[in-house]
Design a protein around this ligand. Structure first.
Ligand code: PLP
Length: 466
């Protein structure tokens, strides 16, 4: 194939793509405007109101004999989301058609962008935070001796691709262990990162919420730290969508992944990848870092992309390059969109206030029975609070370090009390031995009665196991 033919072929593809994208863009804009009105049965009142909460609970299909307190691992999709998945998959099986149109996912991306506070060109729907983390790290220009500062409390889905970068390209990964427990503070976390920066540091990476103990890291302050030192910021935001009223621009970070199947209650195998694609000096004045969309059907087959913008106007749509990865899953994107629209209708601030209220109640009940020092989660610095609570339930210090007891505890809570929770394990400062914790993560489909049932059951079980 000559250079000329391939250039001609590519320009035909590009013309087609532009035509279809322009047509779709106006439909997507209309859909975003109408978002919320698609789900008239979804209540809008405060979730603390018993009747409103019941109506919200009815949107879900969770087995009434189960108290699901593990949204930190997986949420439960509303019935409407599950129906939509099924209908879309059936429809596509009944009348197979082109799964590769350049416009795939424009509407879901536009709706998610509006909900999460960014623009559609900066967001792609991916298979989950795992997928997002890996694509972000592997898309950075990092080489021998470049340093990434991270923590020992990152999910394995971040630690594994970091180690891959180390083994493959000689990237140096420096892991910090944060202080845990009721007295941890946002300032100490920022100081910990700042003290670790060296002239070789290129990236700082953190989880917006740690899955180990449920600390909401001070993301905006860490983004400002990165900016002051000219560093790239990479955030594992698995637990953000659906839990927090988000504004990705205001966070000021370069990259962020999010899970669609946890707090957002979208289908399994969904998530988002956010990549800053323009310079908004009020949020992050640094130039855009080089970013290679490592899995992309839409990356040019010859030639290069234009230089990245230095202004508020993007020079290209990075989200589309990340979005196009082959025979797109045409049901999951719209189903994630539906989950997000349902949450937007209920009100994301409403959900955040309610869920964080449940976990505040949970923390106080844990502190009341086991004492504050049993908590690994933050307590006094409200800025670090989130929906997840992790604590150590055994009074005997030997039991506290015995993993088998935590395995048994998790299992018996489900078998004997119908409560789904999990244990986590993680390093702590000043010790070579990892600690174990019981972690509970309520969501909008839980209520105070369930929290009290879980706490009362844990009290009985720890006594039975002591
Ligand atoms: C902090 C964190 N990051 C990433 C993941 C993986 O999320 P996903 O299932 O969306 O890939 C998890 C899962 O528990 C997590 O807790």
């Amino acid at each position: 194939m000559t250079q000329e033919t391939s250039a001609t072929n590519e320009s035909i593809a590009a013309v087609l793509a532009r035509q279809r994208t322009e047509a779709e863009a106006s439909r997507a804009a209309a859909a975003v405007g109408a978002a919320g009105s698609r789900f008239p049965e979804v209540p809008r009142g405060p979730l603390e109101d018993e009747q409103t909460w019941r109506q919200v609970r009815d949107l879900f299909t969770i087995d009434p004999t189960l108290t699901h307190l593990n949204v930190g691992t997986i949420g439960s999709a509303p019935k409407r989301v599950l129906d939509l998945l099924k209908v879309a998959d059936y429809d596509f099986a009944r009348r197979p058609r082109d799964p590769y149109p350049p416009t795939t996912m424009n509407e879901p991306r536009a709706v998610l962008a509006a909900a999460y506070g960014c623009d559609p060109d900066e967001i792609a729907i991916v298979q989950g935070a795992t997928d997002g983390n890996s694509r972000i790290l592997n898309g950075l220009d990092l080489g021998e001796g470049d340093e990434v500062i991270t923590t020992t409390h990152e999910c394995y889905t971040m630690q594994a691709p970091l180690n891959l970068l180390h083994n493959r390209r000689g990237v140096v990964v420096r892991k910090l262990t944060p202080k845990l427990g009721p007295d941890q503070s946002a300032e100490e976390i920022v100081e910990m990162f700042e003290a670790a920066i060296t002239p070789r540091t290129r990236v700082i990476q953190w989880a917006a919420v740690t899955f180990t103990v449920g600390t909401t890291m001070p993301t905006r302050a860490l983004a400002e730290l990165a900016q002051r030192h000219g560093l790239i910021s990479v955030v594992d935001g698995a637990h953000l969508p659906g839990q927090f009223a988000l504004n990705l621009h205001e966070l000021g970070v370069d990259f962020l992944s999010g899970s669609g199947s946890k707090y957002q209650c979208g289908p399994m195998g969904t998530g988002i990848l956010y990549a800053r694609n323009k310079v908004l000096p009020e949020h992050n004045p640094l130039p855009l870092p080089t970013f290679w969309p490592v899995i992309s059907l839409w990356y040019p087959i010859e030639g290069e992309l234009p230089p990245r913008t230095t202004t508020r106007e993007p020079t290209y749509d990075i989200g589309t390059f990340v979005q196009k990865t082959g025979s797109a899953d045409l049901s999951r994107g719209p189903a994630l969109q539906a989950a997000c629209e349902i949450f937007q209708t209920i009100g994301q601030e409403n959900i955040q206030r309610y869920v964080h209220g449940l976990s505040r109640h949970l923390k106080h009940r844990v502190a009341e029975h086991w004492g504050e020092s049993a908590l690994f989660s933050p307590l006094h610095d409200e800025r670090l609070h989130c929906g997840m609570v992790a604590f150590q339930p055994f009074r005997n210090p030997e039991h506290a370090l015995d993993m088998n007891r935590f395995v048994e505890f998790e299992q018996r809570m489900e078998d004997e009390y119908g409560v789904n929770l999990r244990f986590t394990f993680f390093p702590v400062q000043g010790s070579d031995t990892e600690r174990f914790a019981i972690r509970l993560a309520p969501h909008l489909y839980n209520n105070r009665e369930e929290i009290d049932h879980a706490v009362d059951s844990m009290i009985k079980l720890t006594e039975a196991m002591s």
